[in-house]
Design a protein. Structure first.
Length: 295
């Protein structure tokens, strides 16, 4: 009887867990739809900004040599890496994959003789990096579930200022690229200095057409205003891509946990039924034996 009672307790415990994971799956699915819509809406503007900046740089030519955000020569020998992770777990390998990509990038930067400073969004990523020997220089844990452009500005402004005043030579970004609700891929991108003209040519070669713009006022004046906006928007897109990826990863993880709980319940229910059947058979045999003894 003790074995049957223990199995029944385990079935109840697993069923309680199943209800929690099912609820978390439903919550993640509802958040995912809104986050996915924001990502899809943000991508065309980012691509358009890249095209415009490429045309501006071509139009300005050599006159952009002293523009601070287009500086390419090293000054300080120092690079910053911004890693976008999450504050909460239960999202499968979401944070572990981002931390692995960040450490790979840090190793590559250090191999070039640069010092690194690490800025991490999210408690989970910061804790994992600290445990693995790369403690963050800054940890940001107060981003909302629906990141805003103002929050992206708050992350980006110190990095832009550091690049302009020469304390940083490079700024890199590690985030999760949202491919689909069931696929998220860690991505690393250099946001400062901006890609060179040769790199931009390689990207433009893949496009079907290249629009032609006329600029008023001058390209130099437009770049002064549009480059900081472009960098901030790039960080904004990265944090909303990571937010959507987190919801997708959590939904998948919770669905798998729910399915595993259902399978465990079926397994333990069969064991419980066999244990009860064996107990009932034993009781019947004892009754029959007792009746025979009384005859």
């Amino acid at each position: 009887m003790a074995k049957a009672r223990e199995l029944k307790r385990r079935i109840k415990s697993i069923d309680n867990t199943r209800q929690i994971t099912k609820t978390m799956e439903m919550v993640a699915a509802s958040k995912l739809k809104r986050a996915q819509d924001r990502v899809i809406a943000a991508r065309p503007f980012d691509e358009f900004m890249r095209q415009v900046i490429g045309q501006l740089r071509e139009g300005a030519g050599e006159s952009l040599g002293d523009f601070p955000l287009l500086r390419e020569e090293p000054v300080s020998g120092r690079a910053a890496v911004l890693v976008v992770t999450s504050n909460r777990g239960l999202a499968g390998a979401f944070n572990a994959n981002l931390v692995r990509a960040a450490r790979t990038l840090l190793t590559e930067i250090r191999s070039r003789g640069l010092e690194t400073e690490l800025h991490v969004v999210g408690k989970k990523g910061a804790g994992m990096l600290r445990y693995q020997g790369d403690p963050p220089d800054q940890t940001i844990i107060d981003l909302s579930d629906r990141p805003s452009f103002e929050e992206a500005e708050r992350l980006t402004d110190p990095l832009i200022a550091g690049f302009i005043d020469g304390t940083l030579d490079e700024v890199h970004l590690v985030y999760s690229l949202f491919k689909s609700p069931v696929e998220q891929r860690p991505a690393a991108a250099r946001i400062l200095p901006l890609p060179s003209a040769a790199e931009e040519e390689g990207e433009r070669a893949e496009r079907e057409y290249e629009p032609i713009y006329e600029f008023l006022p001058s390209p130099e004046m437009i770049l002064t205003r549009i480059l900081p906006l472009f960098l901030k928007y790039g960080v904004y897109r990265a944090i909303i891509e990571s937010a959507a990826s987190e919801h997708g990863a959590r939904r998948t993880a919770m669905k798998n946990a729910t399915d595993n709980a259902k399978e465990l319940i079926r397994t333990f229910t069969r064991r419980y039924n066999r244990a009860r059947q064996a107990q009932i058979t034993q009781e019947i045999a004892e009754l029959v034996g007792g009746a025979e003894a009384l005859r």
